[in-house]
Design a protein around this ligand. Structure first.
Ligand code: FES
Length: 87
C-alpha cells in the first residue's frame, strides 16, 4: 500500500513539473521538451527515432544537443519511477 502511494505521489509530482516547465527545444520546428517526452511515451525506442518522428534538429541543428540531454534525462526518470514502483 505504501509503495503504491509513493508511486502515485511521484507520478503527480512529475506531471505537475511537466505542466509548469514546458520549454521550446527546437525553435525551427516548434518542438518542446514535452513533445520529446511524449514521443518516448509513445514508443520511440531511441533518440534517433525521436529525431526522425519529430523532425528534430532537421534544419539548423542547434537543438540537437539539448534535445539529447532531455531525452537522456527522461529515460533516467523512467528508471527511477520503475524503482519506486517495484519497491
Ligand atoms: S532549432 Fe532545431 S533545427 Fe533549428
Amino acid at each position: 500500500m505504501t509503495s503504491i502511494l509513493i508511486c502515485i505521489i511521484v507520478e503527480l509530482q512529475i506531471r505537475a513539473h511537466e505542466i509548469q516547465n514546458r520549454m521550446y527545444v527546437c525553435l525551427c520546428k516548434g518542438i518542446t521538451d514535452k513533445h520529446i517526452r511524449d514521443a518516448v511515451d509513445a514508443g520511440a525506442g531511441s533518440f534517433r527515432e525521436v529525431r526522425r518522428q519529430l523532425e528534430l534538429a532537421s534544419q539548423c541543428g542547434k537543438c540537437g544537443s539539448l534535445a539529447r540531454d532531455i531525452y537522456d534525462s527522461y529515460l533516467n526518470s523512467y528508471d527511477e519511477n520503475l524503482c519506486y514502483a517495484a519497491a
